[in-house]
Write a protein of this length. Sequence first.
Length: 182
Amino acid sequence: MKIYQNLKINKKHQDSVVAIGNFDGVHLGHQKVINHAQKKAKKNKLPFGIITFEPMPVMFFNKKIKNHRINSLTQKKNLLKKLRLDFLIIVNFNKKFSKLLPKDFIEKIVFKKAKCKFVYVSNNFKFGYKRQGNTKTLKKYSNIYNYKTVITSPLKKVNKVVSSTIIEKKFFEEKLMKLINY
């Protein structure tokens, strides 16, 4: 797996299928998005990769949150390696990037840098300045920038959506109970 810490993507990883998201914990819900994208890449003989962000946007915008994650970046990379990606793009989430309008994210990252043919996201995906972009935005610009948006429905286990938020809450509740019972 080739890891890009910048947006200088090798030609062999362009014209690809990508899944975009934080993928914190790489839980079963994330794996559903990733697996669907990976199958599309294999079927179309295209490279497959992931675009993720570091630091996580919630931590960037709220400096008081020091550890709002299930896995460290190193752990996330190791988990993603096991899924046999061709490449991983880690976008530096900084002040300049946080001001990027949704259309500019699509044009500059999805179209010009990664040259994506297929973009896979979960149904609650938000992006761009003040989270103004969503799945409708991705679909709106797909014809202009020559990619297809695929939205993966949430994975449900026992009628509950599997999400990082729920996993984080359960994780911190368990930590708290261990401290209380210590």
